[in-house]
Design a protein around this ligand. Structure first.
Ligand SMILES: CC(C)(COP(=O)(O)OP(=O)(O)OC[C@H]1O[C@@H](n2cnc3c(N)ncnc32)[C@H](O)[C@@H]1OP(=O)(O)O)[C@@H](O)C(=O)NCCC(=O)NCCS
Length: 169
């Protein structure tokens, strides 16, 4: 899977991404509105390997988001099967926040990140005070479903129906 937007290349994680992913996930700000944790190198490695594996099994996963200009891994965007259904999520290293990248990647991944023969519903769950993430979901026309709890935090649940059908690569 490989897609491009103006500034980004979005593709499957590779085993070579482990060190860069660990660097992103060791920053306390990154998961502040997710679970408040940081990841160790081994946890970051497991995350990358898991996503490679998930894509091979299911045809979707969280994807590596790279900055086109220099190829740097700056975050992830994509899908993950959870107990409540298929989650749509994203996170980036703070140096790249506030530049429209979260929205740019999310839009492309929703359009092209999953090959389906039938429409499928995905869910976005976001902490009530994660205003940037809420704004992304709303701009993408996610539908607000109601409140929920995520890792002990009050959160909002949204859904979106992916209607796209085909992806070539
Ligand atoms: C949340 C996150 C993905 C947003 O990505 P981003 O690239 O900074 O967002 P964008 O620049 O595309 O901004 C999208 C919109 O949100 C707004 N926005 C971004 N950050 C904001 C903030 N902290 N507060 C209020 N609005 C914000 C932007 O102004 C923009 O609004 P507009 O479309 O009306 O212009 C990014 O901050 C991040 O990775 N955070 C850490 C991980 C995380 O929380 N992930 C989401 C878990 S649900």
């Amino acid at each position: 899977m490989k897609i491009e937007s103006d500034r980004l290349i979005i593709e499957n994680f590779s085993k070579n991404d482990v060190a860069s992913w660990a660097e992103i996930e060791r920053n306390r700000r990154v998961r502040r509105y997710i679970d408040g944790k940081t990841l160790s190198y081994d946890q970051a490695k497991a995350y990358v390997y898991r996503n490679i594996d998930e894509f091979n099994k299911k045809g979707f996963s969280r994807y590596a988001v790279r900055y086109k200009r220099n190829g740097r891994l700056i975050g992830m965007c994509g899908f993950l099967e959870e107990a409540y259904g298929i989650d749509f999520g994203y996170r980036y290293t703070p140096a790249f926040w506030g530049k429209g990248i979260g929205f740019e990647a999310a839009k492309k991944v929703l359009e092209l990140g999953m090959t389906r023969s039938k429409p499928i519903t995905v869910y976005g769950i976001v902490a009530v005070n994660n205003f940037g993430s809420i704004r992304i979901l709303e701009r993408l026309d996610f539908r607000y479903i109601g409140q929920t709890i995520m890792h002990g935090l009050k959160a909002l649940k949204y859904s979106f129906v992916i209607k796209n059908i085909a992806r070539e690569s």
